[in-house]
Design a protein around this ligand. Sequence first.
Ligand code: SF4
Length: 440
Amino acid sequence: MRILIVEPSFYLPDGGLFYTPRLQIVGLTLPLLASLLPGHEVTLWFEKCQGAVSSDQLPVTSNGFDVVLISANHVQAVRACEIGDYFRACGIPVVMGGYFPSLNPCRAREHADVVVTGEAEDTLPHVMAKLAHPFGIEGYVRSANNCPLEGMAHPRFDLVDPSVVDRRTLWAVQATRGCSRDCDFCVMRKVYGRTVRRRPVADVVAEIEARGHRALYFVDDNLTLDRAYALELFRALRGRVDFALVNMDSSVVDDAELLDAAAAAGVRQALVGFETLVDPEAVKGFGTVARYERLIDQLHSRGIMVCASIMFGFDSDGPEVFALTLRQLERWRVEFCFPWILTPVPGSRLMDRLVTEDRLRYGQDFWRLPLGAAGMRVVFEPNLMSREELAEGYGRFLRAFYSVPSMMKRLPLGPRGALPWALNLWCRRQVRRGLHPALQ
Ligand code: SF4
């Protein structure tokens, strides 16, 4: 079969589709899906770089495909539904998967013939076998969400169009899947189950060697959660990686052995889920501001840049939270910040709570409305401030953090500052266009 796998773009506040000439990070999903389709002719399509799939930019006409797979998160949901409608109108079966369909299967089913919820490894082969059958398949296919990661097929990064990457591009890799923590705004446990699955370290290393990529983004939700595993992995990566970006939480603070191993493995940037600097214990159930400060210091002393993931709008956040957070991040010389407005993801406990408390402003289907990008809009009634205060404070924070005066306070000068300055200036351009710095 000729199969098109699409990563939809997403809509900008001005109503246009986001476009970028190259991928800063090549995600795992499309190459991973392609690896599950041996014997088929597969085309990967990154809409934000390669253009709208409904245009004439595809290498073959849309009628040349036997089936279209669409993988989408909530940011891409509206566009994913449009693409599903487009190909179905062309008479081509559409299969939809990813976070959005997994958590909103009925909504996704309105725009797809088959909705896959959960993981692809134990569902996609079944779907493809059925699609080849004269009676085809319609409806829902659910993953058990416990696919073993041992012996995982290597993602087909060779199918990525070379024109969408350059020497600065990071390539996704996965060592673990899932997170055993239980933050109420997060759906990781719902999607991947309660346990963390690990790939054998030798498998991860073999894949990296085979791919030849030395600039990596570990997509693991929390790579350092299992300390022993992370230590083994970091030790095995030594000498094989030039630049790695990893997600971690504050539990690694004071763990000199692990942090040394991370630095020696080529970890140069850590995305840390701080979420709040007001009352982390209340929000996440672990972490303190004092621990955050120590961790940032310990990462910096090993040459690891810090990207703080922050959310505004928790019940403990008042109007002063924006200035307080900016002051702290500048004092700690944090290189990057991905701030978000707290947004209830369908399927999360936060969503259930806000529904129960009757605090949702636009109902549970808000992601369908043209309200601006998810995570940059207020869709609920905050506790200690008004919706307007939250929206304005958030915008003010974003512009202030990525302003030149703030960069002067936070970023090193000289050769060590070249990369953080270049990336901050890029983020500043994004913010000035009304975009989030994490949206690439
Ligand atoms: S927010 Fe991070 S630490 Fe919390 S459950 Fe999700 S992945 Fe785990």
